[in-house]
Structure formats: structure tokens, C-alpha cells
Write a protein of this length. Structure first.
Length: 341
């Protein structure tokens, strides 16, 4: 039933009648069952765009939001989780009134510092979507502050979600042409995550590490790239497996020599990694780098590595190289000649 709520509005008289559904929404948003609350929050997100310019209806839902945020503040957390889930849709719907948007934003900020880690996680799940509707001042002010604080949260699961939100947040900053904030505030957060003691945090930053290559200004992207390369030596296989495919995105932005200098020693170290998935990624990255290196001085090191990987015991590793033979033939014919036997 909760899943279908948002589809009811057109059949009960349009957006202006959405308040008819409000009591039912409130009941479901306070339900104990997670799936029911999530479905109800998704329904509210569908209802909000359908109310159009009927600010009186939005205000009714704004009051519901306030009631969800201001519960008993104790361990009964259901309503506060629901408030986190409906905050982005309500924030967008309140665009008619800066004051109402501020109410939504202030309540959301309060949820991000809730004493229960579950609430902070729920707030982070909505963070990037909230940022999409924020003006630049709020984005680089309060919302940046939220990300910085939660990226250093004492609870590991909260910190992981905060780190996972950094790529989306950085993309939005880039759209607002806030390069100075990206360099001064966000890049240090990314580098900090690559150096975290938790391998799960390092996995979180490694997953979408390639996103930053085209967002961070080229004069600053080198430091970030070297931090990513350092993750190749992490003792956790999942970290190595996630970071390697993301590194080649940096080549067009750092240049051949700065790209290869820190990378080649790592490739040489990992060509016989005990984890096949890591070797598969290493094989692909090595061939891609050899192709762009062409006949440069470091090409011989890459060629040697390709020859070693083409003899790997795992067929999927060998296939990663063989699948690129056409490009090898076009760009590095000397390498193809060595591989032919």
C-alpha cells in the first residue's frame, strides 16, 4: 500500500488534494518496519512534485516533517529516519519560500548531528540529493561542514557513508564552479580517506576515485593521483581491486611521466598478486599505459610487465591483454611482435 500512495494523487483530484493522504503518510512514516517507512518516504517524494504551486499543501507536509524531526529524541528513531528520507523532496518543494526551505535545511542539519548513529547514516543517505537543491552559499557553508564532520565521525559506518558521498558532493561543487573549495577543502578529505586506518574507509574512497580526475584542477590533481597509487600497496585485496581500475582516468590530466613514475613500481610489485581479480585489473592498466607510453623511455618496463602477465596462470588475466591486441598492433607494434610467439 505504501508503495502506491504517490500514484494516488492524480486520481483524487490533483495536487491540491494531496493533503488527503497526509494522515496516512504520517502513520506509515512512523511505522516500525523499515520497508514500510522507506516506501512511504518514496511516496511523499512522488507527491511533492504533483502539488505544483500549491504552497498551502506543501506547508501541511512541512508540518509533518517538523513532527517527524521533533519526536521524543530517544531510542524510538523511526520518525527521524523518515524525516531524513523525505527532506530532499520537501527541500525542493519549498523553493517558493526561502523561509520554509531554511526550516527544512535547519532540521536536516540537526539530524546530521543526532546522537544515534543510525540517524546520522540516514541523513547521509540523503546528503547528495539535498546538496543538489542547495544554493552555493549553503553548499560551501553548512553542507560542507556536515561532510567534514561526518568524514571524521567516531562511528566507522557513518564515516564510510560520508566518504562515499564525497564524489557526488564534489561533482555538484564543480557544477557551481567552486574549484577553490574543491582544492582547499575536498581534496584534503579525499587524501585523508586514502590514509585512514580502516580498510573499509579506503574501499569507500577507492570505489569512485576516478571521478575526481576530471573535477580537480589539473595543477592540483597530481597529489590526489599519488594518493590513489599508494592504495595499490594496501594489504587488503578489496582496496587494491577497487583502486586499480580508477587510476587510468588520471592519465590525461597528469601527463605521461608524472603518471608512470609512481605507477610502474607498483605494477612491478603487483603483477604476481595472489588475488586474480587484482591481477586482471593490473593487466588491463599495464596494457593501457603501455599503449599511451608508445616508444617513450618507460615503455620497456611496461613491455616487460605485459610479457609476464601474458603468461599468467589465470586465463581471465591473459584475456584482459588479448582483448586489447588491436590497439597494441596500432600503437605499439614492437610489443605485438614480442607477444606473437
Amino acid at each position: 500500500m505504501a508503495r502506491r500512495l504517490g500514484d494516488c494523487v492524480p486520481y483524487i483530484g490533483g495536487g491540491g488534494e494531496a493533503k488527503v493522504l497526509l494522515p496516512l503518510c504520517e502513520t506509515l512514516l512512523n511505522a516500525e518496519e523499515t520497508e514500510v517507512r522507506t516506501a512511504a518516504a518514496q511516496a511523499v517524494a512522488k507527491i511533492m512534485p504533483q502539488v505544483g504551486d500549491k504552497s498551502s499543501v506543501v506547508k501541511e507536509y512541512l508540518e509533518l516533517y517538523r513532527r517527524l524531526v521533533v519526536d521524543d529524541g530517544g531510542e524510538i528513531f523511526y520518525s527521524r529516519v523518515s524525516a531524513c528520507q523525505i527532506a530532499p523532496a520537501l527541500y525542493r518543494a519549498c523553493s517558493y519560500d526561502v523561509g520554509d526551505q531554511t526550516v527544512v535545511k535547519d532540521a536536516y542539519v540537526k539530524l546530521t548531528i543526532d546522537e544515534l548513529s543510525m540517524i546520522r547514516r540516514a541523513a547521509l543517505a540523503s546528503f547528495v540529493e539535498m546538496c543538489q537543491s542547495a544554493d552555493p552559499d549553503i553548499l560551501t557553508g553548512e553542507f560542507l561542514g556536515i561532510l567534514k564532520q561526518l568524514s571524521n565521525d567516531d562511528v566507522s559506518s557513518v564515516k564510510i557513508l560520508a566518504v562515499e558521498a564525497i564524489p557526488g558532493f564534489t561533482t555538484i561543487l564543480h557544477e557551481h564552479k567552486a574549484s577553490d573549495i574543491i582544492v582547499s577543502e575536498v581534496v584534503p578529505l579525499v587524501i585523508q580517506a586514502t590514509e585512514d586506518t580502516s580498510w573499509r574507509v579506503k574501499c569507500a574512497v577507492a570505489k569512485e576515485f576516478g571521478v575526481f580526475a576530471s573535477i580537480v584542477p589539473e595543477e592540483n590533481v597530481g597529489d590526489l593521483y599519488r594518493s590513489g597509487v599508494s592504495l595499490m600497496s594496501d594489504e587488503e585485496p578489496d582496496v587494491r581491486q577497487l583502486i586499480v581500475p580508477n587510476l587510468f582516468f588520471y592519465f590525461p590530466h597528469v601527463g605521461l611521466e608524472p603518471f608512470c613514475t609512481p605507477l610502474i613500481p607498483m605494477l612491478q610489485m603487483l603483477f604476481d598478486d595472489p588475488v586474480p581479480e587484482v591481477r586482471k585489473s593490473i593487466a588491463e592498466l599495464t596494457v593501457d599505459t603501455a599503449i599511451v607510453a608508445g616508444n617513450e623511455s618507460m615503455a620497456s618496463h611496461l613491455t616487460d610487465l605485459v610479457m609476464k602477465l601474458i603468461s599468467d596462470e589465470d586465463s581471465s588475466v591473459r584475456l584482459r591483454i588479448l582483448s586489447k591486441l588491436t590497439r597494441v598492433a596500432e600503437d605499439v607494434p614492437n610489443l605485438l611482435t614480442k607477444m606473437t610467439p
